[in-house]
Design a binder for this molecule. Structure first.
Ligand code: MRU
Length: 363
């Protein structure tokens, strides 16, 4: 039940057989669930087209910081297999252009840039290799990113499960579950692990306006896994906390600055303030790859602003007068002092920040 859902894959990889001359060594495509269609339809899409890879990420066909990184890497490998470059430098130049095209899709989740940089670094360490071999190097690196993502979710699940007890209520925001990674998720991984260990956990899933990742995606995947989940509107969180139904808040992250300030889905900051007011622990679950130590604090994290239609014509239904002014930042920044602990793949990190964080990030 709780094995990683292999919903984001490279279909058709044949890495062992040496390619015949002129034959594409590994015809394959990036394949993933179209999350814009959930929960009403479970539809898979495939691509090896650069514009489509970028568009899938921009439109949130695939979303969630680690999943974006995995899709970018596999997408890059799928696109690069069609290269007809006659030299390795020409091939690497073409991959760099493709990576730039993917990188402009969304600005906040650092995992996107981390994964693309890793793929390019793998190629640049083998500049003497022939083009066909470089294609395989690139695909292997992308597949490693996916495998490591699955392992890091497991590790976050094990560390985070230490914080949970039988009968607890966990409040989460957006979707930081299996659909947001290649494995069990980040914020939901402790819930899956605790459930696997026999604990009964009830998850309160914020609906997460405007795109409803909480009610559409988190509720869908938890129900499929047999976990007790209750959807609430975002505006209900304070009341539900005061009623004593929430023992702990666990959220994911898109980018964490060196001092621990954390960018995550819009509304997360408000939850952290509410949790502090009610004396409820507020944890951020994220792999080390989500830490961006090049940014000293949250002021430097780029926050994506999305189109007004998501708010005034969400899912095609008019909900505000035509022409009204709209502000639609997709993320906010929670100050580090509101974070009780970071649940990372290398362990739990408690304050003081940034001192303890630098032990994890190595800086
Ligand atoms: O806009 P989205 O749906 O990509 O936002 C996703 C989130 O904010 C998640 O909480 C975050 O990426 C962590 S996913 C493990």
């Amino acid at each position: 039940m709780l094995d990683p859902v292999r919903w984001i894959t490279f279909e058709g990889a044949v890495l062992s057989a040496p390619p015949a001359a002129g034959v594409n060594p590994f015809p394959g495509k990036l394949r993933l669930i179209d999350q814009t269609k959930l929960p009403s339809e479970l539809v898979y899409v495939e691509t090896d087209d650069i514009e489509e890879v970028s568009d899938f990420i921009r439109r949130l066909v695939v979303r969630g910081a680690p999943a974006i990184g995995c899709a970018a890497a596999l997408g890059l490998a799928a696109v690069a297999q069609h290269s007809v470059a006659s030299s390795s430098s020409e091939f690497i130049g073409g991959v760099e252009v493709a990576a730039e095209r993917i990188a402009v899709s969304r600005p906040t989740a650092v995992n996107l840039f981390w994964a693309l940089d890793r793929c390019l670094a793998a190629l640049k360490s083998k500049t003497d290799a022939p083009v066909d071999e470089l294609k395989i190097v690139l695909l292997r690196e992308a597949l490693s990113i996916v495998d490591e993502d699955i392992a890091m979710c497991r590790a976050i699940g094990e560390h985070g499960a230490e914080l949970l007890r039988d009968g607890m209520g966990v409040l989460t925001h957006c979707n930081a579950g299996a659909l947001a990674t290649s494995g069990l998720g980040t914020a939901l991984a402790p819930v899956y692990t605790a459930t696997e260990n026999g604990l009964n956990i009830r998850v309160f899933s914020d609906e997460t306006r405007p795109l409803l990742q909480g009610s559409r995606l988190t509720a869908w995947e938890l129900m499929n896994a047999g976990v007790d989940v209750v959807v609430i509107c975002d505006s209900m969180a304070a009341a539900v906390m005061r009623e004593g139904k929430v023992d702990v808040v666990i959220v994911g992250a898109d980018r964490i600055a060196a001092n621990g300030d954390t960018a995550n889905k819009i509304g997360t900051y408000g939850l952290a303030v509410l949790a502090r007011r009610h004396g409820i622990p507020f944890h951020v679950a994220a792999p080390v790859s989500t830490f961006d130590i090049s940014i000293p604090d949250g002021n430097g994290i780029p926050i994506e602003e999305r189109v007004s239609d998501e708010i005034v014509r969400g899912f095609g239904i008019p909900t505000a007068p035509v022409g009204v002014g709209v502000y639609n930042p997709a993320f906010d920044v929670t100050p580090a002092d509101l974070v009780t602990s970071f649940i990372t793949d290398v362990g739990l990190v408690d304050p003081p920040y940034p001192e303890k964080l630098s032990e994890v990030t190595g800086h």
